[in-house]
Design a protein around this ligand. Structure first.
Ligand code: F6P
Length: 367
């Protein structure tokens, strides 16, 4: 196998398991193929800046801790679309060819892009301009890349949210409160649905199911009539209010981010039920911490398979997790397939089966 030079970068919001992916790719590239592998810093920013920012990676880069650590030691960014890059004078500039030049300066034979659907689409477009070969690895706590059952980071985020519910349940019971937990997930309700089921939530509010809070309030009151004086409510950050508006707050740089729906839901439920309500916003806690064993396993299988695809000269493909194993599909197909929660699927049915209120229909309860 001829010598190759491989680039690898993490792009978009970080999550637990990214270091495990890089570790796996580096081990495969070095041990099996003897190729050189370069970690590009801060996503595409490392090849946009001059001098370039990158590190040559080797098996000895990994001292045993990185497999277990959250974040990405390469750094990442989820701001500044290279096709409309915000300049200091307030204008937007297409800087994509500067990134292509950066990749060329590194003399890469192929690039591994670890990112969600947005990052994959952007980096793919840049690389097409420069005829740079890529392989994609899906990561996002939101788990909204439809082509894969699991993206790296999702299981770990669900773990954090479930542990939060485990911790909130006893204090909710002690104080007879309604505990509202706001979780991330952008436009998809996977974190809310999975953690809500795992953590025994009484109501799970997700963006895929329009919510009538009166139904949630009625359910909480029915539970109280049945003798249980507390409830747990999980709300995904992009659930809409009655008028269909998501709650957003502007961050610096003018970029919009979700946030604030938990406080709204908590206040409304308190008003409607008379119950004392407390709100916990998990926020970026869901992105940190040690990856779960499944995330580490998937990350390792993805990293190895991505390098194997390069060895087989199978480019423009994304590794995916399907039917308990790693497979690969065209990136174009993978990013077309948005992975929202299936509202008629087995998990929503499981939730309904154990008396979870999704805010769309009355729930039968026994008192
Ligand atoms: O896409 C991952 C994610 O964590 C979303 O769940 C969340 O809405 C968003 O990123 C937060 O972005 P930021 O880190 O820029 O606040």
């Amino acid at each position: 196998m001829a010598d190759k030079r491989i680039g690898i970068l993490t792009s978009g919001g970080d999550c637990a398991g990214l270091n495990a992916v890089v570790r796996a790719a580096v081990h495969r590239a070095r041990l099996t193929y003897g190729w050189k592998i370069f970690g590009i810093e801060d996503g595409t920013v490392g090849v946009l800046e001059r001098p370039l920012r990158f590190q040559e990676l080797d098996v000895n880069t990994f001292d045993g801790r990185l497999l277990r650590e959250g974040g990405t030691f390469l750094g990442t960014t989820n701001k500044g679309n290279p096709f409309a890059y915000p300049m200091p004078d307030g204008t937007l500039k297409d800087r994509s060819m500067e990134i292509v030049d950066g990749f060329r300066m590194l003399k890469l034979d192929a690039l591994i892009v670890i990112g969600g659907d947005g990052s994959q689409a952007i980096v793919r477009k840049i690389c097409q301009q420069g005829d740079i070969k890529i392989v994609g690895i899906p990561k996002t706590i939101d788990n909204d890349v439809g082509a894969t059952e699991f993206s790296v980071g999702f299981q770990s985020a669900v773990n954090v949210a479930t542990e939060a519910l485990d911790r909130l349940q006893p204090t909710a019971a002690s104080h007879q409160r309604v505990m509202v937990v706001e979780v991330m997930g952008r436009d998809a309700g996977h974190i809310a649905l999975n953690s809500g089921i795992a953590g025994g939530a009484d109501a799970i509010l997700i963006p895929e199911i329009p919510v009538d809070l009166q139904l949630v309030a009625d359910h909480i009151k029915a539970i109280r009539r049945g003798g249980r004086n507390f409830s747990l409510v999980v709300v995904a950050e992009s659930v809409t209010d009655k008028e269909g508006n998501a709650f957003k707050q502007a961050l610096s740089g003018g970029e919009m981010r979700y946030g604030g729906v938990g406080a709204y839901v908590g206040a409304k439920l308190s008003e409607m039920t008379g119950a004392e309500t407390r709100v916990t916003v998990l926020g970026h806690v869901q992105r940190g911490g040690s990856p779960t064993p499944l995330d580490r396993v998937i990350a390792t299988a993805f990293g190895v398979h991505a390098v194997d695809l390069i060895a087989q000269e199978k480019f423009d493909r994304m590794v995916v997790w399907r039917n308990r194993e790693v497979q690969d599909v065209f990136i174009e197909d993978a990013i077309k397939e948005y992975g929202a929660v299936d509202v008629d699927g087995p998990l929503v049915r499981a939730g309904r089966g154990v008396g979870v209120c999704f805010g769309d229909q009355p729930v039968k309860w026994l008192s």
